[in-house]
Ligand binder design. Structure first.
Ligand code: PMP
Length: 280
């Protein structure tokens, strides 16, 4: 693992400090029981990409998980902008993390002792050939516990990393009881004829998903609904979307080739439209 550079700073409970000095108590229910939420935002130089949308989702996650965000939106934005300037990376992976706080007994916690921190780490774009040649996914039978909330629980995704690596896959596509949901850190779409189809339940509402649906509506029919696994087997094109992967074409799922195995024209158009939107 790459060593965190000494000069990388983060925010923790009111202070801007070096990441290596940032510590939270071992009795936090986030540590003991995994109870907490986060959101992940891209930074380009000192610009936060789609901040309003990410903040709104962070608020939604907090509400669903009955957590209170200790700062106001404007304060959080200022802190992030300060971190981006201070760390000075071209591309940053900004993570807002809110834990429950001090554990009481076994399963309860003190609701006024949350830990709130913000990381702004260096990141890079995925390899170019992910976009020119497309990527592979493997499937696993799983649905995230509270799909609408971006909770810190990614146990299944972490557990499955060795299988993902062994298969040479970019992500794991979650299927559940015959339906296709989402991938480990992205949303999943198929194209059939002029239709763009994606799941509506059992998923996290991705910010990129929402933008891509808006862009697709200019020239395609969009269906947000239950998607059967049999449908991806018959798809013309498929892709995943996420903050860091943007629109990434999928050409293989397990041993199945999607369409003709090449990046399709409709996916390419959406890739282009999304990249333009992100630059604005
Ligand atoms: N689903 C899950 C489970 C995720 O972790 C992510 C990444 N945040 C997404 C979907 C895609 O969301 P976004 O487009 O906001 O990055």
């Amino acid at each position: 693992m790459a060593k965190t550079p000494k000069k990388e700073y983060c925010y923790l409970n009111g202070k801007i400090i070096p990441v290596n000095d940032a510590k939270i108590p071992v009795i936090d229910i986030g540590v003991l029981r995994g109870y907490g939420i986060f959101d992940s935002v891209a930074g380009i130089d000192d610009r936060i990409v789609f901040f309003d949308e990410h903040y709104k989702r962070f608020e939604t996650s907090a509400k669903i998980m009955r957590l209170k965000i200790p700062l106001k939106k404007g304060e959080i934005k200022k802190i992030i902008e300060g971190l981006l300037k201070r760390n000075g990376y071209r591309l940053s992976k900004i993570r807002l993390v809110l834990t429950g706080g001090k554990t009481i007994g076994s399963l309860d916690f003190d609701r006024r002792s949350e830990n709130f921190f913000i990381l702004a780490e260096k990141t890079e774009l995925p390899p170019k050939d992910s976009y020119t040649r497309g990527v592979k996914l493997i499937t696993a039978e799983y649905e995230r516990e509270i799909p609408r909330a971006k909770s810190n629980d990614y146990v299944a995704a972490v557990y499955l990393q060795p299988s993902q690596k062994k298969a040479g896959a970019t992500e794991i596509l979650y299927t559940f009881r015959g339906n296709v949901l989402e991938a480990t850190t992205s949303n999943f779409f198929i194209i059939k004829g002029n239709k763009l189809i994606t799941a509506k339940d059992g998923i996290l509402f991705g910010i990129t998903r929402d933008k891509v649906i808006g862009l697709a509506k200019r020239s395609m029919d969009v269906e947000e609904r239950i998607v059967k696994t049999s449908e991806f087997k018959a798809a013309d094109e498929a892709f995943i979307t996420s903050t860091y992967k943007k629109v990434m074409p999928v050409v293989k799922i397990d041993n199945l080739i999607i369409g003709n195995g090449k990046v399709g024209p409709k996916t390419r158009l959406l890739m282009q439209r999304y990249n333009e939107l992100e630059q604005k």
